[in-house]
Ligand binder design. Structure first.
Ligand SMILES: *Cc1c(COP(=O)(O)O)cnc(C)c1O
Length: 386
């Protein structure tokens, strides 16, 4: 056998990326130099937001956002269980309570109706996750937020470059967070970003990134002692990112549209090849959304198959496909169980979890690798058709 291993995701680093990182290493600034603001400005421009704050990673971006939103002890924040744990953890960091709304079984994104059902007097914010890169139903979510005076923090970790009704993700909610982990659509090694149109939120995010300290004279609470003066006004963290990483972010952002185009090309092939296969459901897309296709998730129609996901997953791994599952519902994790969350609260999400497999998708995939993935999946599924 010895077929080539194909991972589910991978970065694309080229000579240009290596060159700018090397140049930055030779410059005066390794951290918090000119590349930070340049990356932020270019990113804000790309997503059509007024402000962008680059930060240590996507989790720190979420933490900064729940902080800036003023989420505090006892507050409830509604999110989806079909996400990486970091989304809900960012609510716990603020001693607040994540409340899990169920998903729409068609798009796998948070269901606006379920958001409504979970609103209480304590609800302060909604964190929709644009799962796989497909935008959530933002019009409905905005309407719910406006009616109930809720803040919207979008987890856009999958969705850099996605659009909802021609609007870029990053320009819609009160804040949007992004991740630049190597498996994401663009990378800085580790890295994240928060975008917003609010000057007030922007100022809070900046402070939070650097210990809660400001060096901005006009903001001082006490009288300045002299030119060395700065003030810690809030409890922040060191969530800074290096200039080296920001330099990489700039060149990666410059290639993002090329990466996205290649992702979409591969997805079109997958959709065409898999749409008529008994036992497979391809990802359904809402009208007027343009996914960033961070991951490609196949749903198994178990009623038409002779095995469960576990066995099929294993058969695909045995064929050297780096398949994965995104995600274990967050509240299934022992830590969340220890907080009192019980299985059964989001039945649609739990049902989906039993059926999904993430298959390889990344822009650097060669056509021949795409062919291989299709071939290996088809031959595996055929084995299990009723
Ligand atoms: C990757 C990811 C994060 C966390 O980003 P990091 O940069 O790894 O901290 C948060 N939410 C979602 C949905 C993600 O996929």
């Amino acid at each position: 056998m010895n077929e080539e291993f194909i991972p589910y995701g991978s970065q694309w680093i080229d000579e240009q990326d290596i060159e700018v990182v090397t140049e930055t290493l030779k410059s005066d600034y390794l951290t918090t130099g000119p590349k930070i603001k340049e990356f932020e400005d270019k990113f804000a421009d790309y997503v059509d937001a007024k402000y962008a704050v680059v930060i240590a990673n996507g989790t720190a971006a979420l933490h900064a956002a729940t902080y800036a939103a003023g989420i505090k002890e006892g507050d409830e924040v509604i999110t989806t269980p079909i996400t990486f744990a970091a989304t809900a953890n960012s609510v716990l960091y603020q001693d607040a309570i994540p409340v899990f709304a169920d998903i729409d079984p068609k798009t796998y994104n948070i269901d606006p109706e379920s958001i409504k059902e979970n609103i209480t007097d304590k609800t302060k914010a909604i964190i929709p996750v644009h799962y796989t890169g497909q935008p959530c139903e933002m019009d409905k979510i905005k309407e719910i937020a406006a009616k109930n005076d809720l803040i919207i923090i979008e987890d856009g970790a999958h969705a850099v470059g996605a659009t909802y009704k021609e609007q870029k993700i990053g320009s819609i909610g009160d804040m949007t967070t992004f991740s630049f982990h190597p498996v994401k659509n663009m990378t800085t090694g580790e890295g994240g970003m928060i975008t917003t149109d609010s000057k007030e939120l922007y100022d809070k995010l900046l402070k939070f990134r650097t210990h809660g300290i400001t060096k901005n004279h006009s903001d001082y609470i006490n009288k300045s002692h002299g030119p060395w003066y700065h003030e810690q006004q809030e409890l922040g963290y060191n969530y800074r990112i290096t200039d080296i990483q920001a330099a990489l972010g700039i060149t990666q952002l410059g290639k993002l549209d090329i990466f996205l185009a290649r992702r979409r090309e591969i997805v079109n092939r997958y959709n065409n090849e898999f749409k008529d296969i008994e036992g497979l459901i391809i990802p359904e897309q809402l009208e007027k959304t343009n996914s960033a296709w961070h991951i490609y998730v196949l749903q198994l129609e178990l009623e038409k198959l002779t095995a469960y996901r576990k066995e099929i997953f294993k058969a695909l791994r045995d064929k050297n496909l780096g398949v994965n599952v995104h995600y274990i519902p967050v509240y299934f994790h022992p830590y969340y169980q220890s907080l009192g969350y019980e299985k059964g609260i989001c039945p649609k999400a739990e049902k989906l979890y039993e059926r999904i497999i993430t298959i390889p998708l990344y822009p650097k995939m060669a056509d021949q690798q795409v062919d291989e993935v299709i071939k290996r999946i088809k031959s595996t599924i055929t084995n299990y058709q009723k």
